[in-house]
Design a protein around this ligand. Structure first.
Ligand code: F6P
Length: 375
């Protein structure tokens, strides 16, 4: 029999995403309305593992007053990190080198010292995998899926994605007017890791002329064909939306580096595509990298609602005695799925999905067309 819950903790890990504060608010209220105490852990698990680094000891008492008015705020009031994996914690050695140390046992002791009965962990695949490991080590854990990339399995979508697509689309709309005025090619690089969801949705919503995504390795010739065909018809400008993880046929992802305890950092593909297209078409090509702008700002109403639904569902799941699950959108409901299932593979864009078919029907190039099409 599981012990009754009196106190829970919430942590937010990995890259921030609009909607995190909605999760924190709904989790806190749903828990407090059951008579439970709620604390927030600062910066992933660092608040518990490095308490001496925080003036408040690394834990925030989440009272009704503390969470008032946070739904529209971007980011996370708890802070986040993608360098604090307790199962492989980076520790610098006297000679300057780094080793990864498993601090799971120590972390579980801290949960016990603070009388925390269960954890709601909010994050992407890395954070949820850590949550699963903590659960296997004996902690009661419920996961909440978060990522602007929309690349998590077993949930129809994640909060943060709609806000990212909405803002990317607004930016691309603005690029249209300057590209038209100057007759330029503008290549817009957007985030998304190894999935093309943001590029596909934002590019289509803004009516770009080519979309390059990781799921469809590209050649630049078909894209140049589209640009040239448009110019011949009098449209001297073109807009290309490139996912940061897009790669050429037979080539690799474009990477800007990797630091200790972090995944490889994608970037630079937009500039490569622009340089190649300028050479092939003879038209001036510029690059705009939207990058972290897509993670910032106030969440859309859709992301706020999804965050609230996930937060409340996480508390309901704990109250019903669930453990080792993730709350997941399965319209019209929010389901519980095993945490272990979520991080096995990434959800990428099916290349025969309706959105891709629609884009192709509209003449949008994916860089894989055999012959000239044009839009
Ligand atoms: O997973 C979210 C995401 O924004 C990716 O799209 C991007 O590749 C990555 O995080 C960048 O993370 P950071 O710059 O914080 O290391």
């Amino acid at each position: 029999m599981t012990t009754p819950i009196k106190r829970i903790a919430i942590s937010t890990g990995g890259g921030d995403a609009p909607g995190l504060n909605a999760v924190i608010q709904a989790t806190t209220l749903a828990a407090r309305n059951r008579g439970w105490d709620v604390v927030g852990i600062r910066d992933g698990f660092n608040g518990l593992m490095l308490p001496e680094e925080y003036p408040d000891g690394g834990l925030i008492e989440l009272t009704r007053e503390r969470i008032r008015g946070i739904i529209p705020l971007g980011g996370t009031i708890l802070g986040s990190t993608n360098r604090g994996d307790p199962t492989a914690y980076p520790v610098q050695q006297p000679d300057g080198s780094w080793v990864e140390v498993d601090r799971t046992a120590e972390l579980l002791d801290r949960f016990a010292e603070h009388r925390i009965d269960a954890l709601v962990t909010v994050g992407g695949d890395g954070t949820l995998a850590i949550g699963n490991q903590l659960c296997e080590a004996g902690l009661r854990v419920v996961g909440v899926p978060k990522t602007i990339d929309n690349d998590l399995e077993r949930t129809t979508s994640t909060f943060g994605f709609d806000s990212a697509v909405d803002f990317a689309s607004e930016c691309i709309d603005r690029l249209f007017s300057t590209a038209t005025s100057h007759g330029r090619v503008i290549v817009v690089e957007v985030m998304g890791r190894y999935a093309g969801w943001i590029a596909l949705h934002a590019g289509m919503a803004s009516g770009v002329h080519a979309i390059l995504i990781p799921e469809i390795p590209y050649r630049l010739e078909p894209v140049a064909d589209v640009i040239n065909a448009r110019a011949r018809r009098g449209s001297k400008y073109s807009i290309v939306c490139v996912a940061e993880g897009a790669k050429p046929v037979g080539g690799a992802h474009s990477i800007v580096g990797k630091s200790v305890g972090q995944a490889e950092r994608l970037g630079g593909v937009g500039a490569k595509v622009a340089a190649g297209l300028e050479e092939m078409t003879g038209r001036e090509a510029r690059t705009v990298v939207l990058g972290h702008l897509l993670r910032g700002g106030s969440p859309t109403a859709l992301d706020r609602l999804l965050g609230l639904r996930f937060g409340a569902a996480a508390v309901r799941a704990l109250d019903e005695g669930h453990n080792g699950i993730m709350v997941a959108l399965n319209p019209p409901t929010v389901d519980y799925v095993p945490l272990a299932d979520v991080t096995r593979r990434q959800k990428t864009v099916p290349i025969d999905c309706d959105s891709i078919l629609t884009a192709r029907d509209m003449g949008i190039s994916f860089g894989d067309e055999p012959a000239s099409v044009g839009n």
